[in-house]
Design a protein. Structure first.
Length: 201
């Protein structure tokens, strides 16, 4: 009985750590607060934040990166959630302006309603603005799938991943809540679908 409990406990630990490391990829984890000269720690052409989940935290993280000099351009992507009000991207722009970011530094994609559409719509913006490198900001549980979609649909653009540091839906203790497990397993399922569609496309 004790061996069974210990074995189950170890399985839970390995599963939790494995999911966390896989989903929450962060290419800036070894960088300082401000840009450097090595690898992923360099200044990029734009910071892209996609809406959904804790949109406010995603916006705040992107703004913080902007203020710390990682890029001179912010791009917010997301359609209106209820279709009757302003787009999520417009709401994110308002938050950024209130935080001191000039409107001239902000670009919007107000049509994307899915992660795939976020990536698809960015390609046109990247080409028109000659953007070759971006920091992609989203929630930790969503980072891996967003990165996969952006790497597939945005051609010749370096995508540097960076997750929100504070998120109402996701933290180091995500595994202690039913919602945390739902988010993790839901993302994993969508990633599997992404790869399966890639095989058949």
């Amino acid at each position: 009985m004790i061996r069974y409990i210990i074995g189950l406990f170890l399985i839970i630990i390995v599963t939790t750590v494995g999911l966390s490391l896989y989903l929450q990829v962060d290419d800036l984890s070894q960088c300082g607060k401000t840009p450097g000269s090595d690898g992923n720690c360099q200044v990029v052409d734009a910071i892209v934040a996609v809406s959904g989940g804790d949109t406010v935290s995603r916006t705040n993280e992107a703004v913080e990166l902007y203020k710390n000099g990682w890029s001179k351009t912010l791009i917010f992507s997301g359609a209106a959630q209820d279709k009757s009000g302003p787009s999520n991207a417009a709401a994110m722009k308002t938050l950024a302006i209130d935080a001191g970011v000039p409107a001239s530094a902000i670009l919007l994609d107000e049509l994307a309603a899915t992660t795939k559409q976020n990536a698809d719509n960015m390609q046109e913006i990247f080409v028109s603005r000659n953007i070759k490198s971006v920091i992609l900001v989203t929630s930790g549980y969503h980072q891996r799938r967003a990165s996969l979609e952006f790497s597939k649909h945005t051609k010749d653009v370096k995508v540097v991943n960076h997750s929100t540091q504070t998120d109402k839906d996701w933290s180091a203790w995500w595994w202690t809540t039913p919602r945390g497990w739902w988010l993790a397993t839901n993302e994993l399922a969508k990633i599997i679908v992404f790869y399966v569609e890639g095989i058949w496309s």
